[in-house]
Every structure is written in structure tokens, then in C-alpha cells.
Write a protein that binds this ligand. Structure first.
Ligand code: BTN
Length: 281
């Protein structure tokens, strides 16, 4: 495991926050999370923490591996987008987990992860975090973070999931120009002072137990909590999926995490796509 930068290093000008430090993150873990974490791999720079976690799973690592980096050179967003990942400021982490029943046991996982991330931010002093279906993390209507779940394996047999999370803590102005949507960061939302390593530990305290219990509990255990943070409840939206668009009023989500839209008086469910408020780009 690479543990960089060293725990006692003095933050240089390139770090606008405390550097990530394994000891500090591990010290903040609950006994349950400590028991579930098998390896914490911190990198100075990597292409993508999701890509690295997937490579490690292919190489035999299993459930409980966590990969993070100070900077990603090819951070991945949803739908083939790039995730802007400047050095030493935001958080980029990926958790690996193997599901015995395969990808069918992962339905709604990315939505449940959104709830866990919002709860962790809440616990660290940022209330008011909202969720946009399927799994954007918002504050004040702007994007604070994102989730990208990638899978490898089949239905019916064991399959691997990599749960990637990016949270904007303090987005440098010179990187912000590369972001193609309304964004915010923790410092804008609440002011400075949220410890980077403390937030990392709190995220793991919520996420590792979620992953350990998800195959048994399923998304049903998370649905109400997701709905309580749904920023689009009752709003008229447009759902875009590939070349098709559908307009409707958000009714909620079902037990599998599918979006329920009232389309001309009929409730229809949708498994993929992206929603925007009517009139928004
Ligand atoms: C989104 O588009 O909303 C999802 C963004 C997910 C970004 C995170 S950062 C850590 C992990 N590694 C990646 O390459 N992507 C995810």
C-alpha cells in the first residue's frame, strides 16, 4: 500500500487542505468500519480511483478495499463525462465489494450510497444535502458530489462492484472552468473547517456497513431515506435517455430505485436517464 503524502509532511502550497493520511483516517473509523476495511490505498496521483480499484479486484483483492488519491488525471463521471479532479483539495475515493448473488443483488445500490454520503456530510456539519435521481449529491441546487458505480461479473454468480465517490471540498477557481454544470463545494456551502481526513473516516463509517449489509437488506431498507432527500419530489421534469425525452411529474422511486413519473396521468417507471427541471438545460 502506498501511503502518500507521509503523515508528518508539511502541507505545501499545492495542498489547499490537510493532506490525506492513512493513520488519521483509520483513527476516525468506528469499530464496525475498521473490521470491514481490508486495505486503504492512498495515492498521490492516479488515472482514476475507480479504474485502480477495478484493476485490484481483477488481481485478486476483494471486499473492503478502499482506493483514494490526491489527484486523478482521468477521473470518470457518469455517462462518459470527465470528473474534474484537481490536486490536494477535493475527495476522490472508491470502495470495492463482491456480491455473491451477482449484479442483480446491486439494484438501487448507487441510490443507497447517495443516502450514506449525505448522512456523512450531515454528521460532519453540512445539513441540507439533497439527492437528485439517480445519484447526484446537491446542495443549494448545485452539484456537490457524484457517485459512479461500476460492475464486473454476471447475474447469478459473484460479481464485483466499485463504488466511486467524488466530493467537492474546495474547488480551485482555475479548475472550475472545466465543469459543465452548476456546481458548489463544501466550503461555499458551510465555510471552511471540515477536516478532510475526518470526512473520509465518516464516509467509510457509513459506506462500509452499507456495502456489507446491502445484499441481505436490499434497497428497500434505504428507499424512504432517499425519498426524504429527493430534491425533485412533485416537480415537473424532463427525463432524457439517449435520444428520447419524456416529460412528467416526479412521483418518487420504487423498491428497485427506478424513477416513477406521472406522464399524462399514468405512472411510469424508468431505470435510466438523467432528469432536469423543465426549462433547464
Ligand atoms: C458523476 O458523474 O456524477 C459521478 C462522478 C464520480 C466521480 C468519482 S471520483 C472517485 C471515483 N473515481 C472516478 O474516476 N470517478 C469516481
Amino acid at each position: 500500500m502506498v501511503d502518500y503524502p507521509p503523515v508528518n509532511c508539511v502541507p505545501g502550497p499545492m495542498y489547499s487542505h490537510e493532506p490525506l493520511a492513512s493513520e488519521s483516517i483509520q483513527a476516525g473509523l468506528s469499530p464496525q468500519a475498521r473490521g470491514l476495511l481490508t486495505e486503504l490505498a492512498l495515492h498521490q496521483e492516479i488515472d482514476s480511483t475507480n479504474a485502480e480499484a477495478m484493476r485490484r479486484l481483477g488481481g485478486g483483492s476483494g471486499s473492503g478495499l478502499v482506493v483514494s488519491a490526491e489527484q486523478q488525471t482521468a477521473g470518470r463521471g457518469r455517462r462518459g463525462r470527465r470528473w474534474v479532479s484537481p490536486l490536494g483539495t477535493n475527495l476522490y475515493l472508491s470502495l470495492a465489494w463482491t456480491f455473491d448473488r451477482g449484479v442483480e443483488a446491486m439494484g438501487g445500490l448507487s441510490l443507497a450510497v447517495g443516502v450514506a454520503v449525505a448522512d456523512a456530510l450531515d454528521q460532519q456539519g453540512l445539513p441540507g444535502v439533497g439527492l437528485k435521481w439517480p445519484n447526484d449529491i446537491l446542495h443549494g441546487g448545485a452539484k456537490l458530489g457524484g457517485i459512479l458505480v461500476e460492475t464486473a461479473g454476471n447475474n447469478g454468480g459473484p460479481a464485483d462492484a466499485v463504488v466511486g465517490i467524488g466530493i467537492n471540498l474546495r474547488m480551485p477557481e482555475d479548475s472550475a472552468g472545466d465543469i459543465d454544470q452548476a456546481w458548489t463545494d463544501v466550503e461555499r456551502a458551510r465555510g471552511s473547517g471540515m477536516g478532510r481526513n475526518a470526512l473520509f473516516s465518516t464516509l467509510l463509517n457509513h459506506l462500509l456497513p452499507l456495502l456489507a449489509g446491502f445484499e441481505r437488506e436490499g434497497f428497500g431498507a434505504w428507499r424512504e431515506r432517499w425519498l426524504s432527500r429527493n430534491v425533485h419530489a412533485g416537480r415537473r421534469v424532463t427525463l432524457t435517455s439517449g435520444a428520447s425525452t419524456v416529460a412528467g411529474v416526479v412521483q418518487g422511486i420504487d423498491e428497485s430505485g427506478a424513477l416513477l413519473l406521472d406522464v399524462g396521468g399514468t405512472t411510469r417507471s424508468f431505470n435510466g436517464g438523467e432528469i432536469s427541471l423543465r426549462g433547464e438545460p
